[in-house]
Design a protein around this ligand. Structure first.
Ligand SMILES: CC(=O)[C@@H](O)[C@H](O)COP(=O)(O)O
Ligand SMILES: NCC(=O)COP(=O)(O)O
Length: 249
């Protein structure tokens, strides 16, 4: 697999909705953020319809789907979500674990314990023409389960690595990066398309972009936070430049 191919950037606009919901009402509008991100060069939009609707709500998904850009619909593997995703018909759907009390997605989907339920769930999405990815820990066992589940794509959870970098836990960060590197290489062997995301900033995105198997990065919280200081377009453009620099290194 060539590492020279451009990495797609999916901009996750969830936290524009977090800000909107803090006051109620309609502003700031995540759809406007999506339009700006696309104008700045993002390849697609990612949004997570959480079961508790803490940020993105159902109507946001319908409006995001009308944009002329790929929509990656993140959701828990529940019957209610399946019903919504089959109506919205996004280009892609990323299945993620959810816990009501978590502040953010704490780990990867339990693809080993949940295999029996995930096989028919993913089959239904595959048959509907929605490209499915599984948001998983960078572990070989999880990748092998993803193949059995017949998901064409996995998204490696980069949160543990990014947290270690942020806390200056050098040894842990190195160990987590090795896990990601090995998992990305295993994706290639198993025929899985490899995406990654969670907690990435300009530096970590540049570093992970050097892994030749990475085809797509989905990044949200940092970009929206940075937009407060430099604007969303500049934030997305700097991220695209960081990813391109990492890929070229
Ligand atoms: C799957 C995932 O973890 C993210 O896309 C997430 O939705 C970002 O926002 P929160 O985890 O804060 O809901
Ligand atoms: N799956 C995308 C994702 O997890 C985005 O996380 P973050 O960049 O908002 O931390």
């Amino acid at each position: 697999m060539s590492g020279s191919k451009k990495i797609r950037l999916g901009v996750n606009i969830d936290h524009v909705a977090t800000l909107r919901n803090a006051r109620g009402g309609f502003v700031p509008d995540p759809v406007r953020a999506a339009q700006l991100a696309l104008a700045a060069g993002a390849d697609g939009i990612t949004a997570h319809l959480r079961e508790d609707r803490r940020h993105i709500v159902d109507e946001d998904m319908i409006r995001l789907r009308r944009l002329p850009a790929p929509l990656n619909f993140e959701m828990a593997a529940t019957e209610q979500m399946l019903d919504i995703v089959l109506r919205v018909k996004p280009n892609a759907c990323c299945l993620v674990p959810e816990k009501r009390t978590e502040r953010t997605t704490e780990g990867g989907l339990d693809v080993i314990g949940g295999k029996k339920n995930l096989i028919p769930f993913v089959d239904e999405l595959n048959r509907a023409g929605v490209r499915v990815s599984l948001f998983i820990e960078p572990s070989i066992a999880a990748l092998e389960a993803a193949v059995e589940i017949k998901a064409p794509v996995v998204e490696l959870h980069t949160g543990a690595w990014c947290n270690a970098l942020e806390l200056d836990e050098t040894e842990k960060a190195e160990a987590e990066f090795l896990r990601l590197r090995e998992a990305a290489a295993t994706c290639e062997k198993l025929g899985l398309e490899c995406h990654a995301g969670h907690g990435l900033d300009f530096d970590s995105a540049r570093t992970i972009a050097a892994l030749p198997q990475i085809a797509e990065l989905n990044i949200g919280h940092f970009l929206i936070g940075e937009a407060v200081f430099i604007g969303l377009e500049a934030s997305v453009q700097q991220m695209i430049a960081a990813i391109a620099a990492g890929r070229a290194a």
